[in-house]
Design a protein around this ligand. Sequence first.
Ligand SMILES: [Zn+2]
Length: 322
Amino acid sequence: MRRAFPAAVAIAAVLAALVIVANTALTGIQLGELKLGPVLGPAADPNFVPGGAPLGQIGSDPDDPSDPWSAAAPPGGVIVQTPGPTAGPNATGSIRIPIPKNVPTGPRRVAIQAGHWKSDEAPDELRRLIPQTGAAWEGVTEVEINLDIAQRVSVILNSKGVAVDVLPVTIPVGYVADAFVALHADSDGVGENSGFKMAHGARRGPYEDALLNDIKDSYGAATGLDYDPIHITNSMRGYFAFNWSRFQHAVAAHTPAVILEMGYVSSDDDRALMLDRADLVANSIADGIMKFLNDTPRSQIFGHDLVVPAFPSRPSKPSSSP
Ligand SMILES: [Zn+2]
């Protein structure tokens, strides 16, 4: 039987070799401690832009450090999708943001940022925040309110099995969690305004309206404060922590993120609420977050790549005239 079916043996050998090649393509080659390849996933895409690399124009003045010229890819990189050759003249491109590699496992994870806390430790890219120490009124500072409420929310969420990071101004690079809530308290400088305000950013995941509305509903109902939509500012919508295209120290685009201006420290009523009924305030924020988490499983938040509109391209430099 030694010489039986030589052709079949040869075919089997070829098939075995093909299986090895296919497996290598999927898993790479393990050489002791060193693993070679494979180059699969987003990084293999010719339109992949690595973290920190330019991604289009967001500023207008290349010489003004507070007006950054380029959007930059977030940690983990993105894939730029340009309109195809058959697209209409007004078609714009898009940016595909891959699912983060560091999605938390285990208990749900939430970040509560205490606005202005440790602003002096802001990294260089956020150095303009260092002097922004927050509002103050009659000896009460916004940051002490923000931190106190953040810590109370953290204790409540912990008791419900949720892991919490109480974050200062400086957010870990490409921070990923199931939800992110920045706490602030405002001042109008005269003591007339009362109420709370909320906002989220643009070019982010699809669950931010849900997070905002869940907190808005529970906060308004428990505190009795009016919602103050008139004074929602662009600096709330463009809050640095949401702005992954400008700062590496920002919340990953997949992570639902909102800012809550809990009330006006300059209002006697709002200030008394935040100081004297801090547990009620904290409970109402925690309730809104829990509703959101219960309605929105992690597998949904991190189930897909995000596709968001591209930034305008940087204009090409005019050629210098002789
Ligand atoms: Zn503030």
